[in-house]
Design a protein around this ligand. Structure first.
Ligand code: NAP
Ligand code: G3H
Length: 474
């Protein structure tokens, strides 16, 4: 069994206490990770702070060269990392390897984008005559020490999407992977270590969020917190962060709004792909269908037919539906299914569970008194809610505490744009499933779904701050 270590100031370190990581697939023990103490966290923070001046003094091109090396290493090790990732978070092996490759691409893009972020020179003169002689040199500087915290569902990709833009912007990084996902996160760290980054520029912190989370968030050395995870933890971070800038990418309840004139076959395929991939454990999964009553029977049966094609089983067989992350999560999902059933929703699929493996569940005639209409299941269950007008659909979408994304299915483009304007979400996809990528696009949630904008260039901008130097030209 491997005892994985943390990477701190250019060295691999263990801690006295360890956490055993087992696979959600079959309980296989995958290794141990350190449960860092507060004193060990202090050392990591201090070393990061010490590394900052030399790192920020490098040119962006020099910093980019390290990132290109990391990307090459990930590409080289895609199968090794993908295999562990698949076991650690029960993700289909093809998708797990795909996550590593997507991460290499994202890192390369961040390196390239970072070298093209330029300052600007501004002239006064738009105001009183005397301001004409004033010139401002506006440049971007790093924030300093960035704390990057990632969720279990993309332990490599949603870690690198914070780390790479932070580093190219001249920041130093402390990376806390999700506990279930830490081994994958530490394999990502190995790529950063092998790239030859100067000591202290990139460091890892492992341990349970419930034990060390508050401590690292409140740590005086941290200048910027970049977090992806659940809304309750994000809200807590928001409170504890004080005046420090943060980026929060949180939960969602993305709706697919299907109008009468939509291509229903196409919509059904997109909806099922969007709702059930990685067993629904994606922030951007379609988590409710709002369909016009007149086409609801047809759409429901088309979705049902697509769901029946999904395979259930083992990630290494590339099954569509695999065990969810843990029993606690499975209990929560099952509770939503039972509530919907008890309140009269029509199950269009057999309702079946074995441990943390839940068969894809589809409900029609879901009503607004059911928890499934509002809660984020983070599992393979999809409610269909019937609506009688577009206005009703928009109102139900906007009634959600979340505001990540929405899909609109219609062939009437002006109408799609009109609806998109009214939806309180960060992104609207027209005739397509909700999704984060491409990774250079802005990605954000409003309301309970987050604060700040991700996406490679947006992330670099968020983790750098403007400094203006003003002088008179005569
Ligand atoms: P989570 O339980 O909120 O955990 C996310 C991360 O926060 C983990 O690294 C966790 O560490 C850490 N954490 C826990 N308590 C903390 C605290 N008090 N202070 C600081 N960090 C703490 O979320 P998850 O279950 O991993 O992920 C699922 C959720 O994330 C869903 O709601 C999903 O929608 C959301 N998500 C959102 C996006 C997006 O971009 N909008 C993307 C992916 C996922 P431990 O693992 O040690 O507890
Ligand atoms: O889980 C949240 C991720 O940001 C979703 O990314 O849409 O590429 O699966 P994805």
């Amino acid at each position: 069994m491997t005892n994985y270590q943390n990477y701190i100031n250019g060295e691999w370190k263990s801690s006295e206490k360890e956490i055993t990581i087992s696979s959600p697939i079959d309980g296989e023990v995958l290794g141990t990770i350190p449960a860092m103490t507060q004193e060990e966290v202090d050392v990591a923070m201090e070393k990061a702070r010490k590394a900052l001046p030399a790192w920020r003094a490098l040119s962006a091109v020099e910093r980019a060269s390290y990132l290109h090396r990391v990307a090459d290493i990930l590409e080289r090790d895609q199968e090794k990392i993908g295999e562990i990732l698949a076991k650690e978070v029960a993700k289909g092996i093809k998708a797990a390897i795909g996550e590593v490759v997507r991460t290499a691409d994202l890192i390369r893009y961040a390196a390239e984008e970072g070298i093209r972020i330029h300052g600007q020179v501004m002239e006064g003169g738009g105001f009183e005559a005397a301001s004409k002689k004033k010139l401002a040199m506006v440049r971007r500087e790093p924030m300093g020490v960035v704390l990057a915290i990632a969720p279990f569902n993309y332990p490599v990709n949603l870690s690198a999407s914070k780390i790479a833009p932070a580093l190219i912007g001249g920041n130093v990084v402390l990376f806390k992977p999700p506990t279930q996902g830490s081994i994958s996160g530490l394999l990502l760290a190995q790529a950063f270590a092998e790239s030859g980054l100067p000591a202290g520029v990139f460091n890892t912190i492992t341990g349970r969020g419930s034990e060390i989370g508050d401590y690292i968030i409140e740590h005086k050395e941290v200048n910027f917190i970049n977090f992806t995870g659940s809304t309750p933890i994000g809200e807590r971070i928001g409170k504890l962060a004080g005046m420090r800038p943060i980026m929060l990418e949180l939960g969602g309840k993305d709706a697919a709004l299907v109008l009468e004139d939509a291509d229903l076959e196409h919509a059904a395929k997109q909806i099922v792909g969007g709702a059930y991939s990685y067993s629904g454990q994606r922030c951007t999964a379609i988590k409710r269908v709002l369909v016009m009553e007149s086409v609801a029977d047809k759409l429901a049966s088309l979705i049902q037919a697509e769901v029946e094609k999904l395979t259930v089983g083992h990630p290494f067989d590339n099954a569509d539906i695999t065990p969810v992350i843990d029993h606690h999560s499975a209990d929560f999902i099952w509770g939503l299914i039972e509530d919907a059933k008890a309140k009269g929703a029509t199950a269009l699929t057999p309702l079946k569970r074995e441990g943390n493996l839940i068969w894809p569940a589809l409900f029609d005639h879901v009503t607004l008194d059911m928890d499934l209409a509002w809660e984020e299941p983070f599992g393979p269950v999809l409610p269909i809610i019937r609506i009688t007008s577009e206005e009703e659909g928009i109102a139900i979408c906007n009634q959600s505490e979340f505001g990540l994304q929405s899909s609109v299915f219609t062939n009437d483009f002006p109408k799609a744009f009109e609806i998109a304007e009214k939806l309180e979400v960060g992104t609207v996809h027209i005739n397509n499933k909700t999704q984060r990528g491409p990774d250079n696009f802005p990605f954000l949630g409003v309301k309970g779904s987050g604060a700040g904008v991700q996406g490679i260039r947006y992330s670099i901008e968020a983790m750098t701050q403007v400094k203006s130097i003003v002088f008179d030209i005569k």
